[in-house]
Write a protein that binds this ligand. Structure first.
Ligand code: 7GP
Length: 840
């Protein structure tokens, strides 16, 4: 066939074996070629955006060489592979990250400058691909960077949404959501695989037939769509390895509704086809919240079904026994969103491959592992059996079978323990009955992990206690991490340079433990000065960003105090702004001539998106903006205090905000923030933390020392007692007077918007303060006081800042991923030789 003759065409393959060079002239020529032949642009119709496109295409060429070589190398070595399944990947911009990981930034900077462009301005042209909500999606992106850098044979699988997380506008203190059609100008970073399409079935029915005395199930009818692959190369740092993020897009199946075409209803038939594309069109904008929509389940199943077909096809390429499956694949579930993969793999093995169920089940659970990201009950996925059974009839049957076999085993171990049985069951016996995706994920996995020590501990003592008692060894901890490439090397170029100079090389970028060696520099005045100079330059940059995006002038000498994360009541942005009001009122009460002696100038910045339907989160935004209005225009306050709402918080502006921050707030009610990952990014960039003993804050305190943080608030063990107390006490009786005063002011209409702001404060006033703002307020005030005292002593603050940064190496995602590889996946590194060392 034609394929065969291609493989045999020696000339063609010889030509492909040469590699693009990376000297200035070659780079310039490749950029110009793309301007002329890819973009078909002329000098009379050319903008910096076109320069971005051409430059990206030339970088993409280089990525693709490494990408293809890596894929071939893994196949040749037949390595065990990791598949990281996630409904979200919050990647952020590619260009700078790709150049830095390929170690080509300097070459491109020079080449591009001669062509008339400043590379940094070119970076700004890129859209921010935001196919994720927050922590969970960004974690997946950091993990890909570490998996590539650690040379693991790993692939990410996700969904190519046409609309990412909405763009947030703030107008008159309210959030407006604008659709994010991020593909508007094309996407040079993806490779559309016209030839990788898998059929996906929805609805239909299960037909039973009998073959050789056995019952067989055949799922037929319903709707068919296609999932098409889009590959996104992920380069490692200081390695030639370049792995793949494969994203699926839904398309109409070719045989789609053949009947209506023949019945002559041409337009009706086309309309049906259009619907297929709708499945992957939009990312659900809820963070840590389950919405139960059928379309969302369709997205999940499309991801799972296409991925399992791809995985099995790759496994079958070599003739081998099915028993080798768990030795060749490890599938990691990023929360329960892709949990149907467990059922899907089992279905394929028993219904299509004819494998006995007991054996098939063993293959499945040995291959799967599951990460939990939250204990918030509103985030736990539970699909009604009607909805699930209608969309995926065969899967519902299989869930019942899995559950039956599982509960049989449990009741042998714990006879007559009905309570235990019903808590372990995949089926929640409510009306209507529901499928608990977390239970399915635990039962179908050989390893289950939380994302920080305290969170993993809580899983085994509360949410998954009964599962833990059944299989204690299944439960692990893998404390989250973030990639030092994007979160130091890319976003804080100056700090990266300082590290490289001090350490005599840049190997710290892949081995962050090296920065600990700078401990002996903490007392060095020159080093401290450099440190302060870098922070100041980063503050300057943020000042410009704020000027441009918020039309507010901020005081560069003020303390930059930042809370940026999704808006959620448990994260307590509300408590932060209540404190800000208190600070404002205190300044106002102080005689004008004493104010500057008594108060340090602060710029308090908030940022983050609220889910469109989350009313209280939106009220918190309104409160922040109303207070900002009042304070920023109060001539008595001047530059002692400014409040800023940073609009549209996303990965690319996080890269500006985080390095400029001096104090960052991580103040969730103890036990509710599974880990947090921005806390790690802030610490790496020399910000101090004001925070509760929650999530990874606990481990950050272990690493950097409590004395270098501002820790406050109730501990996790105290929460239950405090909550009972809250429910049984009149709030005004135990709220500290400072808090009562603040609430009073809001209630009086001092900040306007009185109706909705009253609704907001009533959520905590009516013995309904679930997140315990009232209980933690006093110790929050005290922690804030310590912040001011420390900031007064510039050299003390600088030393604390340095200690935070250089003791943060535990929170590199390289450490996290190495632990997943060793303790869950059982995979080894396979590094491909860099061809430039011989062939180039
Ligand atoms: C988040 C957690 O809230 C955060 O604490 C953690 O650092 C992050 O995952 C990464 O592990 N959870 C989500 O983003 C989320 O949507 C619901 O969880 C499934």
């Amino acid at each position: 066939g034609s394929q065969n003759s291609l493989i045999q065409n020696e000339k063609m393959w010889k030509l492909m074996q040469s590699y693009i060079k990376n000297d200035k002239e070659t780079i310039q020529q490749s950029i110009v070629n793309h301007v002329e032949y890819t973009l078909a642009k002329t000098r009379f119709d050319f903008s910096i955006f076109h320069a971005y496109q051409a430059i990206s295409h030339s970088v993409r060429d280089r990525l693709i060489e490494a990408f293809n070589d890596t894929a071939q190398y893994f196949t040749h070595h037949d390595c065990k592979r990791v598949y990281y399944l996630s409904i979200e990947f919050l990647m952020g911009r590619y260009l700078q990250n790709a150049l830095i990981n390929l170690e080509l930034e300097d070459n491109y900077k020079e080449a591009v400058l001669e062509l008339g462009y400043n590379l940094e301005s070119v970076y700004e042209q890129e859209v921010d691909p935001a196919l994720g909500n927050g922590g969970l999606g960004r974690l997946a992106a950091c993990f890909l960077d570490s998996m590539a850098t650690l040379n693991l044979p790993a692939w990410g699988y996700g969904i190519r949404y046409s609309y990412g997380i909405f763009r947030q506008l703030i107008k008159d203190g309210y959030q407006y959501e604008v659709p994010d059609y991020w593909l508007d100008n094309g996407n040079p970073w993806e490779i559309e695989r016209l030839d990788v399409n898998y059929p996906i079935r929805f609805y239909g029915y299960v037909r039973k037939i009998h073959e050789n005395g056995k019952e067989k199930s055949i799922w037929e009818g319903g709707e068919l769509v296609l999932a098409r692959a889009y590959d996104n190369p992920i380069p490692g740092y200081d390695t030639y390895n370049t792995i793949n993020l494969r994203l699926w897009r839904s398309l109409p199946a070719r045989e789609f509704d053949f009947n209506s075409f023949n019945q002559g209803d041409y337009f009706k038939a086309l309309e049906e086809r259009e619907k297929a594309e709708y499945i992957t069109s939009v990312l659900y904008p809820n963070d840590s919240n389950y919405s139960g929509k059928e379309l969302r389940l369709k997205q999940q199943y499309l991801l799972v079904c296409a991925t399992i077909q791809d995985v099995i096809r790759r496994f079958k390429k070599k003739k081998r026994d099915w028993k080798e499956l768990p030795e060749k694949i490890a599938v990691q579930l990023n929360d329960t969103h892709p949990a149907m993969a467990i059922v899907e793999l089992l279905r394929v093995l028993i219904d299509h491959e004819g494998i006995e169920i007991e054996f098939a089940w063993e293959l499945v659970y040995k291959s799967f592992s599951y990460t939990n990201h939250t204990i918030l009950p509103e985030a736990l996925e539970k699909w009604g059996i009607d909805l699930l059974g209608n969309l995926l009839p065969r899967h519902l049957e299989i869930v019942y079978i899995i559950n039956f076999i599982f509960l049989e085993k449990v009741s042998k171990k714990f006879p007559n323990d009905h309570h235990r049985l019903s808590s372990l069951s995949i089926i929640e016996e409510s009306n209507p009955k529901k499928i608990r995706m977390a239970n399915l994920s635990i039962i179908g996995s050989h390893a289950v992990n939380g994302v920080a020590e305290i969170h993993s501990k809580l899983l085994t003592t509360t949410l998954f206690k009964d599962f833990y008692e059944l299989r204690p060894k299944k439960f692990q901890n893998k404390t989250n991490g973030v990639t030092p490439r994007r979160w130091i090397r890319c976003c804080n170029v100056q700090l990266a340079q300082l590290y490289t100079e001090q350490l005599g090389g840049d190997t710290w970028v892949t081995d962050l433990t090296q920065v600990r060696c700078l401990e002996n520099m903490v007392e060095d005045p020159d080093f401290q000065n450099n440190w302060q100079r870098i922070k100041r330059q980063n503050k300057e940059q943020l000042k410009w960003w704020v000027k441009e995006n918020c039309q507010i002038d901020i005081n560069i000498d003020s303390l930059f105090d930042v809370q940026v994360k999704r808006l959620h009541e448990y994260k307590r942005q509300f408590m932060n702004i209540l404190y800000v009001i208190h600070r404002y009122l205190s300044i106002k009460k102080t005689p004008a001539d004493q104010r500057h002696a008594k108060f340090l100038p602060r710029t308090i910045m908030f940022g983050g998106k609220a889910a469109p339907g989350y009313i209280n989160a939106k009220r918190i935004i309104k409160l922040i903006c109303s207070v900002a209005d009042k304070v920023n225009t109060d001539s008595e306050i001047g530059d002692l205090m400014k409040i800023v709402y940073l609009p549209n918080y996303n990965v690319s502006n996080a890269q500006i905000i985080i390095p400029a921050t001096e104090l960052s707030q991580h103040i969730s009610t103890a036990g509710l923030e599974a880990s947090g990952t921005s806390n790690m990014k802030f610490v790496m960039n020399g910000s101090l933390i004001i925070g509760t003993m929650d999530g990874a804050n606990v481990e950050i305190a272990e690493e950097v020392g409590k004395e270098n943080m501002f820790i406050f608030g109730a501990l996790v063990d105290e929460i239950e007692g405090l909550r009972n107390h809250m429910r049984n006490t009149e709030p005004s009786q135990y709220f500290p007077p400072e808090l009562n005063e603040v609430l009073q002011k809001i209630d009086e209409g001092f900040f306007g918007a009185v109706d909705e702001l009253r609704e907001l404060i009533n959520t905590i006033r009516n013995r309904n303060d679930y997140y315990l703002l009232g209980a933690d307020f006093k110790s929050y005030l005290e922690a804030q006081k310590k912040v001011d005292e420390c900031y007064k002593n510039k050299s003390l603050w600088t030393k604390m800042s340095i200690r935070n940064a250089i003791r943060s190496s535990k929170f590199s995602s390289d450490r996290t991923i190495q632990q997943y590889a060793d303790e869950i996946w059982g995979v080894k590194a396979f590094q491909i030789p860099n061809p430039s060392q011989n062939a180039r």
